[in-house]
Write a protein of this length. Structure first.
Ligand code: G6P
Length: 603
């Protein structure tokens, strides 16, 4: 979490940094700050609250300089406050630092430095980096970075300016992302590509414990022995338009609307002639007797959906594990296990740890990742990219949909290779998948009923989501989406579980969202619907095989027909819209829900 950016060049760094921070705000928004270096030394403005508070502050107290660093914070150590905001300065005001990550041994370092008379002003772990770097600085910033990094335990992506070496902006990372952008008018460091897209699409990806030294017209890289290393900038295909709201009130709605295109491009990346196709073709699936899918949040829910698809088509056991649990459970995986890591950012700390644990135990790893060059993308044996483009809203929508469709395609390919489906069945399944973008587009043309129904749900205290089999898996995502952005308590249950406890929570006017896209299970889910209606619940029944007529307590939303295995791609759109309109009617900050961050790079 936390977003960092830095710039050195021929233009005023402040507007460039503030604009970059806007595009990183999804990483955290408890506080923000900017420091520039100019002939007067460092000028720093930092402020508790969203970026708009920082902008207001800068308009009152303008600062300017050709080099600067900026930070948007998701607090881990020390409450969100002005003093705990980044950038942090050493006590001699010689070094300024922005940090994303957690320094685990900060207390020991702090005590050591305090004994030497150094005074700290904040409660953060990050301030120790500025103080330590200042303490170590001997006139050579690369050497200082090496000594400082060697003393730190934990994770970090750092941007550092030093008054004694005023032409250099320095960066280093370990277990947190950092890219270097190269442009005509100057050079950048940033946590993520969208922060620099307005200026350049040429980026270098830093590996752990590599150091970048930027001047206004050069970029050099060093290893931890201080030896130069060479990196060629890569060209990113994401466009700046995809990181803009494009006339929508919120990024989330824009990203929901982009799903037909994202589905199409992701499908094309496998069925056409791209890297995804090549990688899937190269996978020898016969060596695996088990598949484990591990991920966090919505990506975990994509795994839950995929489990049903893989098991049905490939007849192979699939386990879905939360990455935060998998990493600590001494998982039973080995050479005959395929571990699939699903992650939009490719930087989720728990998913990275799960990946490393799986690799350590000899399992083969495949990742389904959206961010090019991210840690998971770089470290797994096989990397499949979703074609969602930059996703800005904290609550994922289009990246989730891209994960689903890529996992379906992977399952079909595995089933074919394992001889579990005929060519005819494969063709039929692929044609079902290929029909999804068109059906999603059709669905998005008639969103009014969902919007209208959602408007009547703002007063709900609790909303339950139910489904059976794969409809249950997607109910999990519907429930997560709702609580993330609307702050309404919500839980998802397998329909058959209701009678084992949950039904006691149903009372007059409780809202239950039921999903029904498995025709063979229609009567089963419908009996659950009747059970809750008879206890006073209101039901929003979403599906493509619903036979019940709407009534006083029952509203229905019809989805296009599709193979039940791929129906989650359509039902989820309805669920996303439902959550969006509930939150919009509550007037909430949909793109930046409280306490959440999009990229969770700490444990
Ligand atoms: C956070 C985000 C979720 C996301 C999860 C996993 O909690 O708010 O939207 O699903 O992290 O992120 P990843 O980048 O690994 O998919």
């Amino acid at each position: 979490m936390c977003g960092i950016i830095g710039y050195t060049g021929t233009e005023n760094a402040v507007p460039i940094i503030v604009d970059g921070l806007k595009r990183l705000e999804y990483r955290g928004y408890d506080s923000a700050g900017v420091a520039v270096m100019n002939e007067d030394g460092f000028e720093v403005v930092k402020q508790k609250g969203c970026l708009s508070a920082l902008e207001a502050m800068i308009s009152i107290k303008p600062i300017a300089g050709f080099m600067g660093i900026g930070h948007t914070r998701w607090a881990t150590h020390g409450e969100p406050s002005d003093v705990n905001s980044h950038p942090h300065l050493g006590s001699q005001n010689k070094i300024a630092v922005v940090h994303n990550g957690i320094i685990e041994n900060y207390r020991q370092i702090k005590e050591r430095l305090e004994q030497k008379g150094i005074r700290f002003v904040s409660q953060t772990d990050s301030e120790v980096i500025a103080q330590l770097a200042e303490y170590y600085h001997d006139g050579d910033i690369v050497d200082t970075m090496i000594r400082t990094a060697n003393a730190l335990e934990g994770s970090y992506a750092l941007g550092i300016m030093c008054l004694d070496e005023p032409d250099k902006l320095v960066a280093i990372k370990k277990d947190n992302p950092l890219i270097v952008g190269v442009s005509e008018h100057g050079n950048f460091i940033a946590s993520d590509v969208p922060a620099v897209l307005a200026h350049t699409n040429r980026v270098c990806y830093l590996n752990d414990r590599e150091i970048a030294v930027l001047t206004k017209n050069s970029v050099e890289f060093f290893n931890m022995d201080g030896e130069p290393i060479y990196k060629e900038p890569e060209t990113v295909t994401w466009s700046i338009d995809s990181a803009e709201k494009g006339g929508y009130e919120h990024f989330m709605l824009k990203e929901i609307m982009e799903q037909p295109r994202v589905l199409k491009e992701t499908i094309q990346s496998v069925l056409g002639d791209g890297d995804n196709r090549r990688i899937i073709d190269s996978l020898d699936v016969s060596r695996f007797d088990r598949i484990v899918i591990t991920a966090c949040g919505s990506a975990y829910n994509a795994g839950m959906v995929a489990k049903y698809v893989f098991e049905r088509l490939c007849r192979v056991t699939v386990e879905v594990e939360l990455a935060s649990e998998f990493r600590y459970k001494d998982p039973i995986v080995g050479q005959s296990t395929l571990v699939i890591l699903v992650s939009q950012s490719g930087e989720t700390a728990d998913t990275i740890a799960a990946m490393r644990e799986a690799k350590r135990k000899g399992a083969a790893t495949v990742s389904v990742v959206n961010v090019i060059g991210s840690t998971i993308a770089r470290e797994t044996d096989y990397t499949l990219y979703t074609m969602a483009g930059p996703e800005i809203a904290v609550a994922t929508t289009k990246a989730f949909s891209a994960q689903l469709v890529l996992l379906y395609l992977l399952a079909v390919s595995f089933a074919k290779k394992l001889g579990k489906i005929s060519k005819e069945t494969e063709d039929r399944l692929l044609s079902d998948i290929a029909s999804l973008p068109g059906k999603a587009a059709g669905l998005l043309k008639r969103i009014d009923p969902v919007a209208k129904y959602a408007a009547g749900c703002v007063g709900c205290k609790s909303i339950f989501f139910i489904g059976r089999n794969i409809d249950y898996a997607i109910a999990l995502e519907g429930s997560l989406k709702l609580k993330e952005i609307s702050y309404i308590h919500s839980e998802a249950y397998a329909g058959g579980e209701l009678k084992h406890g949950t039904i006691s929570l149903i009372e007059d006017n409780t809202l239950v969202v039921a999903i029904s896209c498995c025709e063979r299970l229609y009567e089963k889910i419908y009996s659950n619907v009747e059970q809750v209606i008879s206890r006073g619940a209101r039901v929003l029944f979403i599906g493509n095989c619903i036979k019940a007529e709407p009534g006083e307590q029952l509203e229905t939303i019809e989805l296009p027909e599709i193979n039940e295995l791929f129906a989650p791609s359509l039902s989820v759109i309805c669920l996303q819209l439902f959550s969006y309109y509930v939150a919009a009617n509550k007037g909430l900050d949909i793109d930046k829900p409280r306490n959440l961050a999009k990229s969770v790079t700490v444990e």
